[in-house]
Design a protein around this ligand. Structure first.
Ligand code: NAD
Length: 262
């Protein structure tokens, strides 16, 4: 899929991995529609990127909010003539908690719902609502491609640590839905790829204590450091451009396998 002169919808697009993706696709000529809760970051990213970027304040766990953002994006696409080439579902949260705590209290259903509603339901809902505007694209290239869906899982999809049942469930589900999504969309020439990063520098990992971060870095093979968001964005760019990437989950993790506990 060509990047230039296409519109990409990026949730979580004003921070961390989503922002690096937005900057990279934008630098390669894309229009970026950024859906995020963080309106302050949204305003500053739009002022940085200029007229090829639009921000929609959106909670991806709210179906109506996604519908409004998609409608706004479609109206923008009508103005620019730059069709929707892809979705990067990057909005995500972590809320650690043991399944049962030291007082024998089970993990609250509210915290489980919070994580699943954003990371899993929000991802699928965004994709579900964007796809009808991609299936009608004019096919491009020798293979007649219409678009690409890129999702973000995590190392926790495979080796979730203690305290990560909800997060691992949400990311494991995103990894699992990649192949059936690709199968559903194949007849339209739309691909689906998931990237599963290990630890990358972002607002999310800034909240980790120095001790936890160092411990995670120790469990990396090479390089022994957190990834930088630009390295993630480079893989997104390859996922957009390489038509053979479809229905698969790509680990981007410096051979890190997370230990049970830190
Ligand atoms: N950074 C890492 O080490 C790492 C590792 C594996 C997976 N991930 C995943 O990568 C994705 C991006 O995370 P990041 O590290 O860039 O974190 P980040 O906190 O920098 O960015 C996440 C963005 O999502 C937005 N967001 C949160 N809840 C939202 C909601 N309900 N609706 C809309 N937007 C919402 C936040 O406002 C923020 O801008 C997440 O899905 C995360 O789980 C991150």
């Amino acid at each position: 899929m060509k990047i230039a002169d296409r519109t990409f919808i990026i949730s979580g697009g004003v921070s961390g991995l989503g922002l690096a993706t937005a900057r990279d696709l934008h630098a390669h000529g894309a229009y970026v529609s950024l859906l995020d809760l963080n309106a302050d970051n949204g305003a500053s990213v739009v002022s940085e990127l200029g007229s090829r970027a639009k921000f929609f304040e959106t909670d991806v766990s709210d179906t109506e909010a996604i519908a409004t953002a998609i409608a706004g994006t479609v109206a923008w696409v009508k103005e620019t003539g730059k069709s929707i080439g892809g979705v990067v579902a990057g909005a995500g949260v972590g809320m650690p908690g043991l399944i049962v705590d030291k007082n024998n209290e089970p993990l609250s259903i509210e915290s489980i719902d919070f994580v699943l509603n954003i990371n899993l339901r929000g991802t699928l809902d965004l994709i579900r609502q964007a796809i009808p505007y991609m299936t009608t694209n004019t096919p491009s290239g020798a293979d007649g491609e219409r678009g690409v869906i890129i999702m973000i899982a995590s190392s926790a999809a495979f080796d979730g640590q203690m305290g990560q049942v909800a997060y691992a469930a949400s990311k494991g589900a995103v990894a699992s839905l990649t192949l059936p999504l690709a199968r559903d969309l194949s007849k339209y020439g739309i691909r689906a790829v998931t990237i599963a990063p290990s630890m990358f520098d972002s607002a999310m990992t800034k909240m980790l204590s120095k001790k936890v971060k160092q411990s995670l870095e120790t469990s990396m093979e090479f390089p022994k450091r957190a990834g930088v968001p630009e390295e993630f964005a480079r893989l997104v760019r390859e996922c957009v451009g390489n038509e053979m990437l479809n229905g698969t989950v790509l680990r981007l993790d410096g051979a890190m396998r997370m230990p049970a506990r830190l």
